[in-house]
Write a new protein. Structure first.
Lengths: 247, 178
């Protein structure tokens, strides 16, 4: 089994943005081209409520589904089975649940029973609350829930999630590396594949995500990681560190 | 062309049986839509080529232990068992890019190299009772059959449609050569 390098793209009203601590930070002006070395793609709608049109994101999902022949996960504001059906019909293979699952944990099970666990990625955003404590926050990192990453991950696993994606709110956009402690806690709490996100700045960070964090996949939203040469270079660095990857 | 109409299926040259989700639901849906008899006729009697993908491949087997005991279409001597790797680092579901180790030749492999990787995503795997039908294997804690073939019936556990160039080549092989 190869470790995965997952491309996460965040969209604000249909426009590709990078984020910093979950705020849209910089708009990318060039088009993203499907790179053949990418393992998997996640597209997330991070538009704030009432600040854009859902259709703009649907168009993004449809375009990616039509051009990429690797697994595509889509998320952002999924609250109902109709939302799930919408994304799957647009061509997504997996849906990413976050706040919707926090509001109703049984929603995870409903989607898993209808479409299979492999269709459900439970995404959780964690904030470091000091002295090695983390708290899960909903609503694009704005609302504290009182849950630790470990307990929420265990609950999601019990409900039927297929994979867990963990994002560090503090590290997002920082280029300082993943929060490896956060990753490790979740990886040790569940038997599901864990995808780590937030903070990747260089290839060393990817290596650490696997070797220290125990991740099954590392995610990056940094557009400069997306050129064909860049992804190949990243994978070569991983292979050099004896991490099995798909070249 | 996507169809669940037995009449339309009857008129096609080749079939693909895809599938995601649970075995029990998959069989229930086939039964509900009156497809079991139609598929038996088209595949077993008329001999039209069919490619099963992921759950579709599993449904072609005799039975599955996913969420209880369920009977499949029974076209091949194989059953479905849960992936239970003892190595804690191997997580379930088995998700991601992994090998396809060839055991026998197959038109599915034309144009592909031995180190081609494919995208797998499953918690249950195919355990063949007749080793003759298994053309490719994968290892994830245990060896399981990743591709089997018997006469006009082809099946793969992974998703060729999600496996970029190699997957598209394999699909092309089925469409052009089966």
């Amino acid at each position: 089994m190869r470790k995965r390098l997952i491309t996460v793209l965040t969209f604000n009203d249909g426009v590709l943005f990078r984020t910093k601590q979950f705020e849209p930070d910089y708009r990318y002006t060039h088009n993203f081209v499907d790179a053949w070395s990418v393992d998997e793609i996640v597209v997330l709608d991070v538009t704030r409520p009432n600040q854009g049109k859902k259709q703009n994101f649907f168009k993004v999902v449809r375009e990616f589904a039509g051009t990429c022949f690797v697994p595509l996960a889509a998320g952002g504001g999924i609250r109902t089975m109709e939302d799930v059906k919408q994304f799957l019909e647009l061509g997504a293979d997996k849906v990413v649940l976050n706040t919707g699952a926090i509001q109703r944990p049984e929603f995870i099970g409903e989607v898993a029973r209808a479409y299979g666990s492999q269709c459900v990625v439970l995404s959780m955003d964690a904030r470091n609350t000091g002295s090695e404590m983390y708290e899960i926050c909903s609503d694009l990192g704005a609302v504290p829930t009182g849950m630790t990453p470990e307990e929420w991950a265990r609950q999601a696993e019990a409900e039927g999630a297929g994979e867990i994606m963990v994002a560090s709110i503090d590290r997002d956009g920082s280029l300082q590396g993943y929060d490896l402690d956060l990753c490790r806690r979740v990886a040790e709490a569940v038997n599901l594949p864990v995808l780590i996100s937030g903070g990747a700045g260089n290839w060393r960070h990817f290596v650490e995500g696997f070797q220290v964090g125990g991740a099954s996949a590392v995610c990056t939203s940094n557009i400069y990681h997306f050129t064909e040469t860049s992804i190949r270079s990243a994978k070569k660095a991983l292979a050099d560190a004896d991490i099995p990857v798909r070249i | 062309m996507i169809s669940a109409d037995p009449h339309i299926l009857n008129c096609t040259d080749k079939l693909i049986l895809p599938g995601v989700g649970a075995f029990g639901d998959g069989m229930r849906n086939l039964v509900k839509r009156g497809l079991v008899e139609a598929l038996n006729q088209i595949v077993l009697e008329d001999g039209k080529p069919i490619l099963g993908i992921c759950l579709g491949a599993q449904l072609m087997c005799m039975e599955s232990e996913e969420f209880g005991s369920h009977e499949g279409l029974g076209w091949v001597a194989a059953r479905i068992v849960k992936l239970s790797p003892t190595d804690r680092r191997l997580r379930v579901p088995h998700v991601g890019w992994n090998d396809l180790v060839r055991r026998q030749s197959s038109i599915l492999f034309d144009g592909l190299t031995d180190d081609s990787l494919f995208y797998y995503v499953h918690s249950y795997a195919i355990d063949v009772l007749d080793p003759e039908i298994c053309v490719g294997e994968c290892n994830y804690g245990q060896n399981f059959c990743a591709a089997f073939e018997r006469d006009n019936i082809y099946a793969v556990q992974f998703h060729p449609e999600k496996s970029q160039r190699e997957g598209l080549t394999m699909l092309g092989n089925f469409l052009n050569k089966a």
